[in-house]
Write a protein that binds this ligand. Structure first.
Ligand code: G6P
Length: 617
């Protein structure tokens, strides 16, 4: 959601903070701000708009200091204005605070604090925390932060500074991601909501857990566990393990592409290869997934799997449902995480619950896997970000190894999720009686996917020309059947996310139960029509659309001369096994959405109103 970065060290804080904010901007980008301690006081600069706007403001009106905190915001409470931008302060301007998450009892706290004479200058929920710190402050910032935490309900990752302490940042985590960066060969300590903000300076990372407070100084950090009893302030120093991050900076740069999203689309042959690396056992015709070893007995006994996630990850789960059921003959249900967590789900013995998440931090998905664990289900994660909360809290898991995904609209993370689900399906299927030969041919097909994705990418010019014809459309329909139905949903989601064109995905045969009423010459319809069991049925649906004047774009496998005469555009894709075809078919839809969005002048990597990682409900 929002991005936090803080620095205390020997260097000048402002350029470091601005650089870190730039790396975090994909997390939220409607306003930005920072506070630095100049040695004699706290200086704040903030504005509505992007990090570039903040940087310009700092050129005109500079500040200097060796400790500071900074924030890029995705508005929840209060419009994206300068007043609502973080850092927020207490009444006296003695505490500056940046916060990520939602304070659920902020209205009640605001009323109480107002009665005590506190004056609020923003509409944010976060500001109450600054005033709570002010209330509790008796000369020691960390104690005041801890006391404030006992009064707030909700989620938070926060960083605070006090005017009384020029070289100290206090940070706390409850439910929203927060990590520390430990300076390598220099006196410097960092805090960030995302490793991308600090990677340029250090790869030594300490992940904070819920209810931990850390005190950062140039020479290091001390971490305190406040205990689970939120009514009282516990105070127990905890030793923290330092993890070494193996991403490098090149992975979070555009590498010559105009947008991160395009770079990430083009990376997908490697992404799929990386998701499978070391996991395919060609001879035995199966997959090895070491991260699931601990759940092996539960997997063998499983009678049902529930897959849960949000957004694109939910679409990956839907593809997973087709793959797992067809291959392993194991019943799978897919649930929106936001629904699962509140609907008193039935978790009978023999049910496994898998949370799928690129970031590993999505609030609803995290809550869903926690709820599943509370109900006694063995849980696993299919997660991209190593060390993220879902990865740590589930009992076992599969890392998708897609590397950092910066474009807000998910692309490579999706294909890595589906590839991981295919590995999972294969592994379970082979343990449940799928023959070795069938397993081997599935392995061969998986192994061939990177080359097939490469073939699709080579047709980008053709897809761009199709995009040119439809860039002015107001609506789009995407239709597919079987495992390509979720791809219709995903294609529609990509288009609406980045081009703001209204788009819907449907199972192709459902078209006649409603969407057909929308079809006229202004309604482009994208069909997925790979050769296979339902090919002739999809052709019938295409005829139905053409008969009503709709404009048709069809994804086909192989050469389709006949179809080419009937429809407006054909996008050929190479064929693979039907269960793996979604991994190939999603790629042209990503490119179509990308080029339409670019032609419409949209900010592809930072689409309006969206955030990369949604850490609020
Ligand atoms: C946000 C992002 C989507 C993503 C979804 C789930 O809405 O904009 O791209 O699919 O969250 O995120 P996750 O990190 O859990 O996969």
């Amino acid at each position: 959601m929002c991005g936090i970065v803080g620095y205390v060290g020997a260097g000048e804080a402002v350029p470091l903070l601005l650089n870190g904010l730039g790396r975090l901007e994909y997390r939220g980008y409607d306003s930005a701000g920072l506070a630095v301690h100049s040695g004699s006081g706290l200086d704040l600069r903030k504005c509505a708009g992007r990090v570039e706007d903040l940087a310009q403001r700092l050129v005109a009106n500079p500040v200097a200091g060796k400790a500071g905190i900074a924030h890029t915001r995705w508005a929840t409470h209060g419009a994206p204005t300068r007043a609502n931008a973080h850092p927020l302060t207490d009444c006296r301007g003695e505490v500056a605070l940046v916060h990520n998450g939602v304070i659920e009892n902020c209205d009640a706290l605001r009323t109480k604090l107002s009665k005590l004479g506190h004056r609020f200058t923003s509409e944010t929920d976060s500001e109450v925390v600054a005033h709570l710190i002010e209330e509790a402050f008796e000369g020691n910032l960390e104690r005041a932060v801890a006391a404030a935490l006992t009064r707030v309900e909700g989620t938070l990752g926060l960083a605070a500074m006090s005017v009384h302490d020029p070289a100290r940042i206090v940070v706390a985590r409850r439910g929203a991601p927060l990590l520390l960066g430990i300076g390598e060969n220099e006196e410097a300590t960092w805090v960030a909501s995302d490793v991308a903000a600090v990677l340029e300076h250090t790869r030594n990372i300490v992940y904070l857990e819920d209810d931990e407070v850390a005190i950062l100084t140039p020479s290091g950090h001390e971490t305190i566990n406040l205990g689970r009893d939120r009514g009282r302030v516990g105070w127990e120093p905890v030793p923290k393990e330092v993890s070494r991050i193996d991403w490098d900076l090149a992975k979070i740069e555009k590498a010559g592409y105009p947008h991160f999203m395009l770079r990430e689309i083009h990376e997908q042959p490697h992404t799929v290869r990386d998701a499978m690396r070391g996991r395919l056992l060609a001879e035995e015709g199966t997959a090895r997934l070491g991260g699931l070893d601990e759940l092996r007995p539960d997997i063998d006994r499983a009678e049902r799997i529930v897959l849960t996630g949000c957004g694109t990850s939910w679409h990956a789960a839907l593809v997973g449902e087709y793959i797992l059921e067809a291959l392993a003959r194991l019943p799978v249900e897919v649930e929106y995480a936001s629904e699962f967590r509140y609907r008193d789900p039935i978790i009978a013995p023999g049910t496994l619950v898998g949370g799928i998440s690129q970031s590993g931090e999505t609030a609803d998905t995290l809550a869903a896997v926690r709820e599943a664990a509370r109900l006694g289900a063995p849980t696993f994660g299919i997660v991209n970000v190593v060390g993220s909360t879902i990865a740590r809290e589930t009992r076992a898991g599969i890392y998708t190894h897609a590397g950092p995904e910066i474009g807000v609209a998910s692309t490579k993370a999706f294909v890595a999720q589906v590839a991981s689900l295919a590995l999972l399906g294969l592994m379970i299927a082979r343990r449940r009686g799928l023959g070795r030969e069938e397993g081997r041919s599935f392995v061969r097909a998986l192994d061939g996917l990177p080359a097939l994705i490469g073939e699709v990418l080579a047709t980008e010019d053709h897809i761009r020309r199709v995009a040119e014809e439809f860039a002015d459309a107001s609506n789009f329909l995407y239709l597919g059947r079987g495992p390509n139905f979720p791809i219709a949903l995903e294609g529609a989601l990509k288009l609406k996310e980045i081009s703001y064109i209204h788009a819907e995905g449907y199972p192709a045969a459902e078209m006649k139960h409603g969407p057909i009423a929308l079809i006229d010459e202004n309604m482009p319809v994208v069909f997925m029509a790979p050769r296979g069991a339902v090919y002739s049925k999809v052709l019938l649906n295409i005829e139905e659309v053409k008969a009503r004047g709709g404009r048709v774009i069809v994804l086909v496998t192989g050469r389709e001369t006949d179809l080419g005469r009937k429809v407006d555009h054909v996008i050929p894709v190479p064929a693979t096994l039907p269960l793996l075809q979604p991994i190939v078919n999603v790629v042209p839809l990503q490119l179509l959405a990308y080029h339409i969005a670019v032609l419409r002048g949209c900010d592809v990597d930072r689409p309006r109103n969206l955030a990369k990682t949604v850490t609020v409900e």
